[in-house]
Design a protein around this ligand. Structure first.
Ligand code: SF4
Length: 725
């Protein structure tokens, strides 16, 4: 179809003009609210208190979501919102990893608040359009596209758009073409979209586009976790587009550009000198991790049963390096020298509706290789690329899909599923064809694919209700916590990482804390108190990236040459100092590394209280599936028998000599489950929470979060008046 035909079919529902407020020290103090139920468009002023307490990004998302919803709001109620917000640092280009925005919503998977950190151009472009945040509320009657156009003053249009495709790669390319006059203009268009699988599942995600002028391709970054794309499609939004007139080097109108440039230049020098000998992010992206995880027995294999596999060489990072187009910049935001957004260019699609098309596939990243690949027993690069492409364009989270597929495969191998129950699909580990077909079924909203799209938590319940398997076994092997599927690391031998996954606010995603090397490999945090300290510091530190609009990767995926000699190498102190300097230089605010943690702590605890408001946020929901902590089956135990026998003898005080595998496995389980409870106690204490995991009133006061809504909630909870789920 010609572009004109798409445009001719459009119907303008609302046009709104406004004066663009330019950023000043990282903020405009204006946010945009769009309610699709009545096509109402409003610009709000950000109160000073909100700015001080919530900083930006995820903080703004949480605050707006709290105000917009009630404890009873369901994910598909019109009042649920999708909030997209950068943060004060988002949009600078002189330091790597500075274009991130945060997506916040009530999740269809967890029924609580979800946040997802995403690259691409939209976050910074929203700021060029004059807004610190965008709230999308209500539901459109028919399919709409929302356009924020700042080329000639500020204009916002809500248009019915019946003809445009839904799948992300096709829609993002079309809209980028539609809103640009020439090749150079394509850099000024940013598209947020989902895909057809988001229509039929709870695991939908959002794609944020960025134009790669060297490859002349529209590329995609994902706000993957927790079903953000499902909420987007439920509101009947096909896309949100931001168009800007030009991009200057200082959209934030910062206080001290010289300081930012200096830190940026130092960092770029480090990247140039050290990346090839450290993580090789510029040539392999995060896929460099595959063999490291395999070597340390951390690469999830066969639904996290094992941590390594002889065939892992087939998906080794050198294989990815050879497939990734090399020698062109791969930053998902301008000026990112880490350039980790690798992609397979000119990939010829082999299956499904786009068979025969030549596309660019963004990734695979480590999580895709470890999840779609080894965790499902499929050690095949072609399959991983194909599944990665379809997850992206269909708008579903690759991590979720991978962990879910691995769960289904283990269920299949244990007779919980069979061909009759899957509609003819043989879902044994390693079956790439069936796995691919299930994904296409989901996008079509058909068959067992549609059931699979409900996510692991609902699947295990469904299988149990059908009487298909032992509920306890399914509970043990279903790798979800709080309703969100685990990301792709084996945490069995790292108690701290078990907490790093299950003691998170949104569910087990590694963006809060990744402590496996500190804990398991380097033994730097041996006691419960040490682990609790790490499970305080790192989640708070990493939360801050999502408040200000930063990418976490440049923090520690390259480290200064002398980092190991610093006081606390795991914190990468020189890079922390870079962030403190940059934040001060953008905002002019008095700041320090201590204040950084304090800023995060306020928002982190607000999110914990938000979970409580939703009926969660207590100890019960911090439980982990036993597969995350130890061997569920005798097969698993025996695969690492020497390790486990030694632990029983030397740590647990249980003599394994002459004991059956069952006896040993049970003894180990009792020990590990006790350890996890002790870890929870230590972490709650360190975080200022009571023994049920609720922030203490005194603590909320101490950190300046004794806001009326939190005091009211905590008081009702204390009186037993708060309904928990
Ligand atoms: S490090 Fe990678 S993910 Fe982060 S901003 Fe740069 S290209 Fe994007």
């Amino acid at each position: 179809m010609e572009i004109k035909e798409y445009l001719d079919a459009r119907k303008l529902l609302k046009e709104f003009t406004y004066d663009i407020t330019p950023m000043d020290k990282g903020y405009s103090d204006k946010t945009l609210h769009i309610n699709l139920s009545g096509n109402a468009i409003t610009i709000k002023n950000v109160p000073q208190e909100m700015k001080e307490k919530f900083i930006g990004g995820k903080g703004y998302g949480l605050k707006y979501l709290w105000d917009a919803t009630t404890p009873e709001t369901k994910w598909n109620d019109p009042e649920n919102e999708i909030i997209i917000a950068g943060g004060p640092v988002c949009g600078i280009t002189q330091y790597s990893g500075t274009g991130k925005s945060l997506v916040v919503t009530i999740s269809p998977q967890t029924d609580s608040v979800m946040d997802s950190n995403v690259g691409g151009f939209f976050g910074p472009f929203l700021k060029v359009c004059g807004f610190d945040a965008l709230e999308l509320q209500g539901k459109a009657q028919n399919e709409v596209i929302i356009v924020l156009d700042s080329r000639d003053g500020g204009k916002i249009r809500i248009e019915e758009a019946p003809k445009e495709p839904i799948d992300s790669h096709a829609l993002s390319e079309l809209l980028t073409e539609m809103y640009s006059k020439d090749e150079a203009d394509k850099m000024k268009v940013a598209v947020v979209s989902a895909g057809t699988a988001a229509d039929h599942s709870l695991i939908g995600m959002l794609n944020f586009s960025f134009y790669d002028k060297k490859k002349q391709r529209v590329r995609l970054k994902q706000a993957g976790r927790g079903g953000t794309g499902t909420v987007f499609r439920d509101k009947k939004i096909k896309a949100v587009v931001a168009i800007i007139p030009k991009f200057g080097g200082d959209i934030n109108n910062v206080v001290d550009m010289k300081a930012i440039r200096e830190r940026g230049a130092n960092f770029n020098k480090e990247m140039k000198e050290l990346d090839d000998s450290q993580c090789e992010m510029r040539t392999k992206g995060t896929a460099h991790l595959v063999e490291i995880m395999n070597d340390y027995d951390l690469l999830p294999t066969h639904n996290y049963k094992f941590g390594s596999h002889p065939d892992a060489d087939n998906i080794h990072s050198e294989k990815w390096k050879a497939l990734f187009m090399q020698g062109t910049p791969d930053g998902c935001w301008m000026g990112c020298n880490m350039s980790c957004a690798k992609g397979v260019n000119n990939y010829l699609v082999r299956t499904g509706p786009y068979k025969g098309e030549s596309v660019i596939v963004d990734g695979p990243e480590y999580e895709n290789a470890g999840g779609l690949g080894s965790n499902c027993g499929i050690f095949n690069t072609d399959y991983i690329i194909e599944a990665n492409f379809y997850c992206d364009t269909y708008g579903i989270c690759t991590i979720t899909w991978a962990t879910l597929m691995a769960f289904l495969m283990e269920c299949y191998e244990n007779g919980i599923l069979n061909e009759e129950r899957t509609g003819g699909l043989k879902l044994n580990f390693g079956n790439a064809d069936s796995a691919m077909e299930l994904l296409h079924q989901l996008a079509r909203g058909e068959g067992f694919g549609k059931i699979a799209g409900q996510g692991v938590r609902k699947l295990k319940k469904y299988f149990a209700e059908k009487g298909w398997g032992d509920p306890q076994f399914m509970q043990d092997i279903a790798m979800e916590n709080k309703g969100l599927e685990y990301s792709e690391y084996v945490s069995k031998e790292s108690l701290a990482q078990q907490g790093g996954f299950a003691l998170t606010n949104k569910g087990p995603q590694h963006d809060e804390a990744w402590l496996i090397f500190m804990d398991m490999v380097n033994n730097q945090i041996p006691t419960f108190e040490d682990k609790a300290e790490a499970l305080h510091y790192f989640p708070m530190f990493r939360t801050w990236f999502g408040l200000v609009g930063l990418c976490k990767l440049p923090w520690n995926d390259v480290e200064p040459a002398n980092n190991a000699e610093s006081d606390e190498p795991a914190k990468v102190p020189e890079h922390v100092d870079n962030y403190v300097t940059i934040y001060k230089a953008v905002t002019g605010r008095d700041f320090s590394k201590e204040r950084l943690i304090e800023d995060s702590e306020r928002v982190y605890n607000y999110q914990r209280m938000f979970n409580l408001r939703r009926g969660y946020g207590v100890r019960k929901w911090d439980a982990q599936p036993y597969r995350a902590a130890g061997p569920v089956t005798n097969e698993e135990y025996e695969s690492r028998a020497e390790r486990y026998d030694n632990q029983l003898k030397e740590i647990v005080g249980f003599d394994p000599e002459g004991k059956s595998t069952d006896e040993k496995r049970i003894a180990l389980r009792e020990y590990r489950e006790r350890q996890y409870q002790s870890l929870i106690d230590a972490v709650y204490l360190r975080r200022g929470w009571d023994e049920n995991g609720v922030p203490e009133m005194e603590f909320l006061k101490k950190i300046g979060m004794d806001l009326p809504e939190l005091v009211d909630l905590r008081t009702k909870y204390d009186k037993g008046e708060w309904k928990l789920k």
